[in-house]
Design a binder for this molecule. Structure first.
Ligand code: MYR
Length: 185
């Protein structure tokens, strides 16, 4: 029989993390369900989830920069890698990979290796057209806008819609140059 005794600190924390992750997943599901009831049109729910994500993203960028301690990215390629390898890990506990770059390095795909938002989720036929994870595209759009990058972020593959992966397309529309407000003498 395995010895019975107090769990180590690590074991307790990983169990708390798991419970929090499940609570988060279930809470998100409840929000989507409520939006579907309140708004009726799936298109409206997609918009609302994206807007909620945007509102989160414009705040979450501060925490990302403070916690990660990363310095400015040299280009959009580096930014995309930063989102996939550091951002997703920090906030969702998963990593993602970046691929399908266009020639000028302004559009790429981010493919999630796992997607905790969809644990326990099965969509009924009435939800066709729903982008269940649209909050995530909004988060990325909002976060990047706070570091001067206007982007368009869309789901190009979604397992809940019958695809073989979760894939976001991130397109840089405009990069606003940040000017240092004081002149060096
Ligand atoms: C820079 O200022 O050049 C660094 C920009 C890094 C942007 C990273 C944005 C992180 C967004 C996190 C997304 C998490 C999705 C769950």
């Amino acid at each position: 029989m395995a010895p019975v005794g107090p769990r180590s600190g690590d074991a307790i924390f990983s169990s708390i993390d798991r419970v929090n992750a499940e609570l988060f997943t279930l809470t998100y599901g409840a929000i989507v369900r409520q939006l579907l009831t309140d708004l009726e049109e799936v298109e409206e729910v997609n918009k609302q989830l994206d807007q909620m994500g945007y509102n989160i993203g414009i705040r979450l960028i501060d925490e990302f920069l403070a916690k990660s301690g990363v310095s400015r990215c040299v280009d959009f390629r580096e930014t995309a890698e930063m989102i996939a390898k550091v951002g997703f890990k920090m906030f969702l506990g998963v990593t993602a990979s970046v691929s399908s770059w266009d020639a000028d390095g302004t559009c790429c795909s981010i493919i999630l290796e796992d997607n905790p938002l969809v644990d326990f989720v099965e969509l009924p036929d009435t939800c066709q057209g729903l982008y269940y994870c649209n909050v995530l595209s909004g988060v990325i759009r909002g976060a990047l806008e706070m570091v001067s990058m206007k982007t368009e972020v869309t789901w190009t593959r979604d397992v809940l819609r019958g695809d073989d992966a979760y894939e976001l397309q991130v397109k840089l529309l405009k990069q606003v140059a940040e000017e240092y407000p004081y002149k060096d003498d």
